[in-house]
Design a protein. Structure first.
Length: 308
């Protein structure tokens, strides 16, 4: 799967991922009205509104991008109806040839970790048959429980040719409360980076990159520069660009010399682009066209920084 991600990035020349993290207030009023007219102001109605919103954005951008990253919490808030939309979104994006990174940030041990892995990137046994539950291509995982928590995910990655992104240095302001603490003279995030490199050492694809990647926020570029060297074979998923303050010029060191090795996420900066002054001329009716233009602008921004 890491090789498919690399090929998609090379084909599109777009080292970016669109975060499909819809809040109901991102969904234009005309879509909400249509959904509520059919299903009422119910969880099912909310799910329908979000599904139509997602579909519009995917239809407008899939030819430009290599991957999407739906954040499961934005769907879980609507209960079972939201999870149905999460699954529909995953399936639809895969039909369009996109790599799907399920942003689920799971982490536990033993059979619980295995169950998370099986449910999201593996297959579950039902009698004599097996079924893929959510069937994302990659998922994000939390390493706080150590190797006991990560190994079950890596095992499923090997079985199913899937991948994971391990939280290493996150983009939020308080991440340093734990992640920057010195342990034997080194910040904890570097030690986690060492472990990511180790966990991924025997799942390296033909591209030279590992199925075990890392999440490193755009808001800490100096740390990203260090972690690139600590994890030379790991792809870095980079949140925090745009709305959270990360700039393209700061991200060049997240990439390797081959211009690969990183994929930069933007969520509301793309899916809610029509709400920004820069794209206001599109209007709510043409929200998907605004998202497409935001994708074009982001690709130019990242590639321009890499060229420079």
């Amino acid at each position: 799967m890491i090789d498919k991600l690399v090929k998609n990035i090379q084909k599109t020349n777009a080292p970016i991922v669109v975060g499909l993290d819809p809040m109901l207030n991102y969904v234009p009023e005309h879509i909400q009205k249509a959904a509520f007219a059919e299903y009422g102001e119910t969880l099912e109605g909310a799910g329908e509104a979000i599904w139509q919103f997602n579909k519009g954005i995917v239809d407008a951008t899939y030819d430009l991008i290599p991957a999407v990253k739906p954040q499961i919490a934005m769907y879980e808030q609507f209960g079972i109806e939201g999870l149905k939309v999460f699954k529909k979104t995953v399936d639809y994006c895969k039909e369009k040839g996109l790599v799907v990174i399920g942003d689920i940030k799971r982490g536990d041990i033993g059979s619980t970790s295995t169950a998370y892995a099986v449910g999201h990137i593996g297959k579950v046994q039902v009698g004599s048959k097996t079924y893929a539950g959510f069937d994302e291509d990659f998922i994000t995982v939390n390493p706080y429980l150590g190797t006991d928590g990560i190994k079950p995910f890596v095992d499923v990655c090997k079985e199913e040719n899937k991948g994971i992104f391990v939280l290493v240095k996150t983009s939020n302001p308080s991440s340093g409360e734990f992640q920057d603490r010195l342990v034997d003279g080194r910040p904890l995030y570097e030690i986690v980076g060492d472990m990511v490199d180790k966990w991924g050492s025997d799942v390296v694809g033909e591209s030279g990159y590992s199925a075990v990647g890392a999440v490193v926020g755009a808001t800490y570029p100096e740390m990203g520069k260090v972690l690139r060297k600590v994890m030379p074979k790991s792809f870095i998923l980079v949140p925090g660009y745009g709305a959270q303050g990360g700039k393209a010029a700061d991200l060049v060191h997240y990439f390797n010399e081959d211009r690969l090795g990183a994929i930069v996420n933007s969520s509301r900066g793309i899916i809610a682009a029509y709400k920004q002054d820069k794209y206001a001329q599109f209007g709510a009716e043409n929200y998907a066209d605004a998202s497409r233009q935001a994708v074009v602008d982001m690709i130019e921004d990242i590639n321009g920084a890499l060229d420079a």
